[in-house]
Design a protein. Sequence first.
Length: 303
Amino acid sequence: VTASSLVARALGGDRRALARLLTWTCSRRPEAAEALDRLDVRRRRGPGSPLVVGVTGPPGAGKSTLVDALVARSRALNRRAAVVAVDPSSPRSGGALLGDRLRMERHALDPSVFVRSVSSAGRLGGLALPVYDLVDIFDAVGFDEIFVETVGVGQSETGVLEVADVVALVLSPEAGDDVQVAKAGIHEVADLAVVNKADRAGADRLVRVLRAERPSRPALRTVASTGEGVEALGAEIEARHRALCGPMRAEWDRRRADGREAHWLEIVADAARRTALAQARAEDLAELRAGTLSPGRMAERGR
Ligand SMILES: Nc1nc2c(ncn2[C@@H]2O[C@H](COP(=O)(O)OP(=O)(O)OP(=O)(O)O)[C@@H](O)[C@H]2O)c(=O)[nH]1
Ligand SMILES: [Mg+2]
């Protein structure tokens, strides 16, 4: 299979070709770069391009359940929806990955929904997550809405949020959530705050805390498992999108520009890491790992 035939098939709506393109991209196969170049030409930008929604928050807050409910809403509105789920668990243990698949199962046979999980665990030499590329591919093949789910702890997990137009922070009333994500600095990047599991005690208190923390930012209540509040959340996300297309257009352009710069840096940094790993002498690496050669000295030898 050549990159161009794969791209042509994916653009024609072939799901298996799309799945393969995503896999090439995730494993950074050399052909993937060529395929992405071809897609780049077709990519639409600005108003009319898909809305990219980042959904973040602590583990177990209900992000996947909420994304699933938002996807159901998109489908009811006859929109095509894609999901990129960044999974911090090991691909081998399979726990959360499997959970997400099961939860998304009601969309499994829907040709207008595509869910792709990427594991952030054990990325060799700290390679970046290919989230920008995945979003670009979903964009190019015509999805209307793209959801990026990522846990709000860990640099590689939260860094991917730069790709999103609108970021929703999902919290649940359970103790500790607040502190955990506040520490990770995720509160600052979120455009909307969502208190999920509003069927549990403490939801109102948390909404008040969030509103006091930042009065200008909407704070909504949802029960993702029943769909309660999901329509209001979807409407709020859309309102934000409309603002970004209109009065906040300069801000949107800046975000997209930042995103493109971050994407470029990601590609360059990945290439540099690969080169460094490939060129490192085995003896030096052994010394480095043993602690008899400092990382700084090792870097100098590599130059
Ligand atoms: N009571 C209640 N339970 C919920 C609600 N939303 C989700 N859950 C449950 O909370 C658990 C975690 O939900 P997930 O959607 O997997 O949470 P997550 O944030 O995606 O979790 P990770 O991806 O592992 O970080 C599941 O058992 C859900 O069924 C809700 O609104 N109310
Ligand atoms: Mg999840």
